[in-house]
Ligand binder design. Structure first.
Ligand SMILES: NC(=O)c1ccc[n+]([C@@H]2O[C@H](COP(=O)([O-])OP(=O)(O)OC[C@H]3O[C@@H](n4cnc5c(N)ncnc54)[C@H](OP(=O)(O)O)[C@@H]3O)[C@@H](O)[C@H]2O)c1
Length: 326
């Protein structure tokens, strides 16, 4: 089968597309024929060897996947063969077939495409967990989404709108701001401008926001925190800018606002059952058309290195998905 492999850490251009052995279904596992794989910033960092955890070499990158079950191992129901599933796997998604623990696989709703399913679990669960469990967001509140045109940001816009929030999308380019608005944001702001905070009031009629959704970090985080209204919540999601901000502790006091960590991965590792209600809500919303996880574009397997490089270069727009058919 064809797979993209990382033989050494470095630029995604060093990845190789090659033939490797197909996986066999061992006890408790099933094998899927991959239909689509979602990529994110973390996948690109793993390939570059810049992530906090190093994956042993060689490896097949990609951790989000959707496909059709083609074989099952001992202890796994034969009835699963032919069913469409989505799952997370530490690595391995950029291959035509992948063995997965059966317990890790979630059925794909009939109305959802493989491309949507492959980009769904991480970014949408993080958004719902962040807004609902960590941020206690209520309908009618206003949220400022940083890095709004990234994969995580776009899902946050979609989920926040489904929860009845007003969304201000912050992004660095006109193309990204247009994409964020097309994804449902009510307003878009250029947060690379010096005085971008001052643009909130003319845009929204308010000088402040109730929540900040922050997958970016760096210098922007403190300015975003200063945008919070009393009782505001700054949701710490990630550090795509590279630098981990150090917010002075007098700020939460003076702003009467909180900084809340959103570690969805840690949340479900601590309690694997905790993701069931999140997925139940999100798949129901997707089936009702309340959220819109279809990616704007998908790419063939051979383009995966270019897609990963774009993530590293801050040039990616939306959730990048690799498709295996067509
Ligand atoms: N907490 C959790 O459970 C969780 C779950 C999933 C992902 N994450 C984290 O979320 C973050 C975003 O992931 P993603 O897949 O959405 O990435 P992405 O698609 O690349 O989006 C990240 C956004 O960050 C902004 N950015 C600012 N400085 C950047 C830089 N130096 N390099 C790259 N992007 C930069 C970019 O927007 P502008 O150009 O508009 O500034 C970009 O669109 C990652 O740090 C990831 O680790 C956290």
């Amino acid at each position: 089968m064809k797979a993209i492999r990382c033989l050494q850490y470095g630029p995604p251009a060093d990845l190789v597309l090659e033939e490797i052995d197909e996986p066999a279904p061992s006890k408790g596992k099933l094998v899927i024929e991959t239909e689509a794989a979602g990529l994110g910033y973390v996948d690109a960092l793993l390939v570059a060897g810049r992530y906090q955890v190093k994956t042993p070499l060689p490896f097949v990158p990609g951790s989000e996947v959707a496909g059709k079950v083609v074989a099952v191992g001992e202890g796994v129901s034969e009835a699963l063969v032919g069913k469409r599933v989505m799952a997370l796997s530490p690595v391995g998604a950029l291959a035509e077939k992948l063995a997965l623990p059966a317990a890790a696989c979630i059925p794909v709703p009939d109305a959802m495409s493989a491309e949507a399913a492959a980009g769904f679990i991480v970014s949408y669960c993080t958004a719902l967990y962040g807004f609902e469990t960590c941020g206690h967001m209520k309908a009618g509140e206003t949220v400022l989404v940083l890095g709004a045109a990234g994969g995580v940001g776009m899902a946050a816009i979609d989920v926040a709108k489904a929860m009845g929030a007003t969304v201000v999308a912050a992004a660095s380019t006109e193309e990204k701001r247009a994409a964020a608005k097309a994804a449902g944001a009510d307003f878009a702001i250029d947060y690379t401008k010096e005085e971008w905070r001052k643009e909130l009031e003319p845009l929204t009629g308010r000088r402040d926001v109730d929540l900040v959704y922050d997958p970016v970090g760096g210098d922007i985080s403190e300015t975003a925190f200063r945008c919070l209204a009393p009782g505001g919540r700054h949701l710490v999601v990630g550090f795509a800018a590279g630098d981990i901000p150090r917010i002075p502790l007098n700020l939460p006091l003076l702003k009467r606002s909180s900084i809340v960590g959103v570690d969805w991965g840690g949340h479900i590792r601590a309690d694997p059952g905790a993701n069931v209600p999140l997925m139940k809500t999100l798949t129901a919303w997707a089936s009702e058309g309340r959220i819109h996880p279809e990616p704007a574009a998908s790419y063939p397997l051979k383009e995966a290195p270019v897609v990963l490089q774009r993530l590293l270069d801050r040039e990616s727009v939306g959730k990048p998905v690799i498709r295996f058919q067509g």
